[in-house]
Write a protein that binds this ligand. Structure first.
Ligand code: NAP
Length: 290
């Protein structure tokens, strides 16, 4: 059984980004990422700070724009308009989730699709579906397929089952895997799927993006399958100083005993998401070429 090491693969992606940033800088272009955060959700601030820190390690110029928890929709829209017009900014992301008064989809629709490095704008969603590689693919699904590629796992002809149909993970992942290039035969399962365990046992590659701690048990997994665990869930743990530990959507120990390869949590898919964001930002700068 192989443990698919997201940390190592993310380091590989970041090294590629660093080389590309140097090449861009040699041509007079410094890639720039603007991160907009509305409100004071502590987890969102941790994510944003880690994005900003990774930018600075790679030579990407980053800008953090903080708006108060009371910011209006119009204020956020105006920030996005200004960033769309700013030539030094190649990538824009608005950290999710915003406070309840903010209509997130209206904000995403306003982002210039050429700067939409989260890949959520309908134009980029459409490009992914038609297989147009000039678009931006959401970072977490892109991280999942990069783990498969870097680990030499054959997707062509493989049966892939994705549990979860969110716009953030499940749907874009299913599109990626079925596109030419990956050529998998894809099934998307969700909360209304009948006999989910039997559907999952069909999979050569099983991907869980559910948000339920340790939901996928050994009886969901065919002997020798590859298992990618996207889930990040907090469960109480009095034995830990912080009072909780992180677990995935997969019951790791029992599934690891059945499968041929698995991503751990933490140390698997989670490591890849920021790396793919950096990769999308570099791509945005390369595509614009100024
Ligand atoms: P989400 O929007 O809540 O979607 C969850 C999906 O799982 C839905 O499609 C839902 O089905 C399905 N589902 C829920 N319970 C189910 C059940 N009992 N049986 C079958 N399907 C079930 O979540 P998400 O944003 O896609 O995130 C999924 C997980 O990935 C979360 O744990 C999240 O923390 C994690 N995540 C990790 C990263 C990372 O960087 N590692 C990034 C993003 C997300 P319905 O559509 O029928 O409700």
């Amino acid at each position: 059984m192989t443990i698919l090491n997201g940390k190592e693969i993310a380091a590989e992606v970041l090294a590629e980004c660093r080389e590309k940033v140097e090449a861009l800088q040699a041509g007079g272009i410094t890639p720039g990422l603007a991160v907009v955060i509305v409100g004071d959700d502590p987890a969102s601030h941790v994510y944003v700070n880690s994005k900003v820190r990774t930018c600075s390690e790679l030579g990407i110029r980053s800008r953090k724009i903080e708006l108060s928890a009371e910011a209006t929709q119009e204020q956020v829209l105006q920030v996005v308009r200004d960033l769309n017009a700013d030539e030094s900014v190649h990538g824009i992301l608005v950290q999710s989730p915003p406070p309840p008064q903010i209509n997130e989809s209206e904000i995403i629709d306003l982002i210039d699709p050429g700067k939409d490095v989260d890949g959520f704008h309908p134009i980029n969603v459409g490009k992914l579906v038609v297989g147009d590689e000039s678009g931006f693919v959401p970072c977490t699904p892109q991280g999942c397929v990069r783990i498969l590629q870097s680990s030499g796992i054959e997707t062509t002809g493989a049966r892939a089952v994705v549990i979860g149909r969110s716009l953030l993970v499940g749907k874009p992942l299913a599109s990626l895997l079925m596109n030419k290039g990956f050529n998998a035969t894809v099934t998307v399962a969700h909360s209304r799927t009948r006999d989910l365990a039997a559907v999952c046992r069909e999979a050569d590659i099983l991907i869980a993006a559910i948000g339920q701690p340790e939901f996928v048990t050994a009886d969901f997994v065919r002997e020798g399958a590859v298992v990618i665990d996207v889930g990040v869930n907090r469960v109480e743990d009095a034995g830990r100083k912080r009072g909780y530990r992180l677990v995935g959507d997969v019951a790791y120990e029992e599934v690891a005993a059945r499968c041929s390869a698995i991503t751990p949590v933490p140390g698997g898919v989670g490591q890849m998401t920021i790396a793919m964001l950096m990769s999308n930002t570099v791509k945005a700068a390369e595509l614009r070429g100024s």
